[in-house]
Design a protein. Structure first.
Length: 345
């Protein structure tokens, strides 16, 4: 029987953690381990976690200094022993039969990743809107249709372009094979799912993937959610950083359609960063500072050289920012683009 490692990152989660962990205990499939990462909580999160640890040897509690969900999940990945990994946020729950349904699909189709749908619960009526509901929907053509990770990614991105939804990157929306992706880690403290999920799909493009129509997970949306927090400059820089760190994937993708989808994906992330920056008004980041930071980061990661596909993609990113702020014809932007061409190997 396949063992599932369920990694629960928890920060000041006293209101929801008991219900979250109880939803695991109520599963019909019992070959699992639960790794609770207490991310520096100052409430009774540790006490609640210990109650489950003392009552059931499938549960483990690890206490760490606060570092955000990415760091907490990385700690869980470091010690996980299961065949498959499932992330679970402390304010979410698993639907009864979630693990059994997912494992059956994995075994039937020999899957490396199984995606599934989620049921949304709103604690505040003002949070409900169609855009949120649609975000968590996968393209119809991916449902119960095993395919390669590369093709699944293309289907999701094309759906995103055509309908505005189809690529929910949330890491609690799928289960993946631990050994196949044992080097995969989170690299950001916010928007970490954007990087992790895309890397998962494109780091091994031949991996076998499918998506279930079943809603196997319950996601709670409330005013205290991380996604509801006020914007800062850190949000913009981190979102842009996520896009920049995905750019080198272009070097390992041979299929032109997939390269095109990656360019779309990255452009959408940059446009999101721009939109967030505009909302900061007087505190907005100077667009040239944003462009310089992206170019410097990419150069340092690529040892001062660019392949032609990578150079073309970073130029798309620069011109997307420059066009929005109407600075494309300025000497600074023109010189940066010339410099990138000079760094091509």
């Amino acid at each position: 029987m396949e063992k599932i490692s369920i990694i629960v990152s928890a920060y000041n989660a006293k209101k929801h953690l008991h219900a979250c962990l109880s939803s695991v205990l109520n599963q019909t499939y019992d070959n699992y381990e639960v790794i609770i990462i207490n991310d520096g909580s100052t409430d009774t999160t540790e006490q609640i976690g210990n109650e489950f640890v003392h009552a059931n040897d499938k549960f483990t509690l690890i206490n760490i200094e606060n570092g955000g969900p990415g760091k907490a999940r990385n700690k869980g990945l470091d010690i996980a022993q299961g065949d498959y990994i499932l992330f679970l946020d402390s304010d979410d729950r698993l639907v009864p039969g979630c693990l059994e349904t997912a494992v059956k699909a994995i075994k039937k189709n020999n899957l490396d990743i199984i995606f599934f749908h989620t049921r949304l619960e709103y604690t505040c009526a003002s949070l409900r809107n169609n855009d949120v509901d649609n975000y968590y929907r996968y393209p119809v053509e991916t449902i119960n249709s095993p395919t390669t990770a590369e093709r699944f990614y293309r289907q999701c991105i094309m759906s995103l372009c055509q309908s505005g939804f189809g690529y929910p990157v949330v890491v609690w929306g799928y289960i993946f094979a631990r050994q196949k992706y044992q080097q995969q880690r989170f690299t950001q403290h916010i928007y970490e799912d954007e990087f992790f999920t895309t890397m998962l799909l494109l780091s091994d493009q031949d991996a076998k993937v499918s998506c279930l129509k079943n809603k196997l997970h319950i996601h709670t949306l409330h005013l205290a959610s991380l996604t509801q927090q006020p914007l800062t400059q850190d949000n913009i820089y981190t979102m842009a950083c996520v896009a920049t760190e995905l750019i080198p994937l272009i070097n390992v993708i041979e299929n032109k359609k997939t390269r095109h989808c990656l360019a779309i994906n990255i452009t959408i992330l940059i446009l999101s960063a721009i939109n967030k920056n505009d909302r900061l008004l007087r505190d907005a980041i100077n667009p040239m500072e944003l462009i310089f930071s992206l170019v410097q980061h990419t150069l340092s990661e690529q040892n001062q050289t660019f392949t032609t596909p990578l150079a073309e993609l970073i130029i798309i990113v620069i011109t997307t920012i420059a066009d929005h702020y109407q600075i494309r014809e300025t000497p600074e932007v023109i010189n940066i683009i010339k410099m990138i061409h000079q760094y091509k190997n």
